[in-house]
Design a protein. Structure first.
Length: 263
């Protein structure tokens, strides 16, 4: 596992956007052999999306032959609801890049058969050859996607009930009214994420420091699903200084040392 320590959020976003753009360009994707990205929502990836969109505008990277699969979607709110993850992705990323509509995949939280929707999502990922790079954030309780504490590390795409902590955290997007936050979501599983050829998880701020400690220094546990990244052969955590607050000094210095000169 790599731990990339940056001074602040802006540097996290810059490092990550450049990394993703380089991976796409190095792959030289085509319509027959696309590059496949797994993508998150939330505030953490916004800077990455803004930089990638600008790089696309400057023709430094193209998404013409990129296929995307989003991590999750709320159950029961309209696709055009301002807080649906469909709306989020179109507003903050897809409308700003040269991606083809047919290459975008987001779970349908209003499907008539949610179990079938989840099964077909997994099948679509397999059909394109799997995900090349899965980008994600992490919750304060260590969850990735909507794989809350206690989720199986072998889990696949499915419907999940959201914890009170997650509902309260997301209430800021719903006028700070937790009663307006959907209590269920469709989400890729931990194993779905870990099947990707690369996994890049972002964490910024002191509130994420405990999750980072569990991801880096503690045992692998379903109570901190982000810890599954320890098992990935190409797992990367990109964090800022504040998110390192609970790491041991030796751990912090070790990862800074081994990343010298790397990009």
């Amino acid at each position: 596992m790599r731990l990339i320590i940056q001074p602040d959020y802006n540097r996290i976003a810059t490092w990550t956007a450049n990394y993703i753009a380089r991976k796409i360009n190095d792959a030289q994707p085509t319509a027959q052999r696309p590059y496949v990205l797994g993508l998150p929502t939330g505030s953490t990836p916004l800077g990455v999306y803004a930089i990638l969109a600008e790089m696309n505008r400057q023709k430094l990277v193209s998404f013409e032959h990129v296929v995307t699969f989003n991590m999750d979607e709320y159950v029961g709110i309209p696709v055009n609801h301002e807080q649906s993850y469909h709306s989020f992705m179109w507003k903050n990323f897809f409308s700003k890049i040269d991606i083809h509509l047919a290459n975008i995949h987001i779970l349908d939280g209003n499907a008539s058969n949610l179990e079938k929707e989840c099964e077909e999502y997994e099948a679509k990922i397999l059909a394109v050859g799997g995900i090349d790079l899965f980008l994600g954030g992490v919750g304060v309780d260590g969850h990735i996607a909507f794989n809350e504490p206690g989720s199986s590390l072998a889990s696949r795409t499915r419907q999940k009930s959201l914890t009170t902590d997650t509902i309260l955290a997301n209430s800021r997007f719903f006028g700070n009214e937790s009663k307006h936050v959907p209590h269920k979501a469709l989400t890729v599983g931990v194993a779905t994420i870990m099947d990707a050829k690369e996994v890049v998880i972002l964490a910024s701020g002191h509130s994420k420091a405990r999750a980072v400690r569990h991801a880096v220094e503690e045992s692998i546990s379903h109570q901190w699903t982000v810890s599954a990244i320890q098992m990935h052969p190409k797992g990367v955590l990109v964090v800022d200084e504040e998110a390192c607050d609970e790491l041991m000094v030796g751990t912090y210095k070790y990862f800074l040392d081994i990343e010298k000169g790397n990009i």
